[in-house]
Write a protein that binds this ligand. Sequence first.
Ligand SMILES: Cc1ncc(COP(=O)(O)O)c(C=O)c1O
Length: 387
Amino acid sequence: MSKAWEIIKAHERYRRTTLNLIPSENILSQRVLRALSTDLAGRYALRPEYYGGTRYIHKLWSYAEDVTRKLFKVEYVLLEPLSGHVAAILVSHTFSKNGKLASLPSEYGGYPGYDKNKIPDLIGAEVVQLPTSKEYFTPLVEEGLRVIEEEKPNLVILGGSMILFPHPVKEFSELVHGYGGVLAYDASHVLGLIAGGVFQDPIREGADIVYASTHKTFPGPQGAIILTNDPKIYQKLSENVFHKVVDNIHLNRVAAYTVAAEEMLKHGPRYAKKVVENSKHLASSLDSLGISIMAKDRGYTESHQIIVEIPDEEARVKIRDRLEECGIVADAGVRFGTNEVTRRGMGRREMEKIANLIYRAIEGEDPRKIKREVRELVKRFHLVKFC
Ligand SMILES: Cc1ncc(COP(=O)(O)O)c(C=O)c1O
């Protein structure tokens, strides 16, 4: 075996024996994985076409757009962005270049890409911070309306990286539209929940654009999509795609995304409902063991995420490392996501078991003992469901 394959196989063996609670990740079905390693992985296509040999590629691309329109009930879709971050650059550049961009502060759940030294720096935009609740990581409505009224940002971005509850799309959209601004919703984390009809429906609530990664709660390959019902917005975004933020759109990704979108058309509602049920139950199980979870007074969460209350950053990193010693993979948030464990078919009983394992890991029990129990658990749930 080549050295590269040795490392790839070692990674696969390692992750097969661990329990993944990272909310930004998911497991792919065999069919989605298979689509990633087809001939499409080495091909090019453009619109209008420059390359030959693309008759089936264009059929697939159009079909992918049809499935997406159907799944999200929208008129216009862009499948070109290679990732959520690239979609964020495209939207921010198109609607707030050298202007004002409003978003949530990253210390209260906003995506760090909208911090003033990141995407705004790239496009010369001034950042307007939306006042945000420290208890729930949601934008504050009254204060937000006041700031938007005063600053009139060209682009207001809702959605976030640490997202427990719906954001006030309905509440902000009238004001933003009133002065000619654009309201976008970064659904990178919650796209799978939106596709399944839970959490919130930003387009129907007044968002002009929804853009998102396709690999967090949405169980597709790493990539992104953009959705809108507005032909002018679609036109403006389309003009900024090719040779500005992408050239090759990675057609194997488009193929794999399409297979995942078909799976979500069929199984999305059941999957999304179960993800939210599981996160609520994981949160209450941890809470009953004495682990403090954010937003208890609002039922902890309405999404795939729950956030453990640990104010000290160093302590959060230690917990992440401690959990990994015990076979539980998390981030330094410390936020847990139930998307992957739900895809594996886990339910209430397993959420209680996971809470117990996390509690014992944090309490300092022998990691070898916990790891053995984690292995037993993941062995029983090795198949991918909802596909
Ligand atoms: C809210 C949000 N937007 C955008 C991104 C970037 O997405 P990607 O990793 O697909 O580039 C992330 C990444 O975690 C995110 O949380």
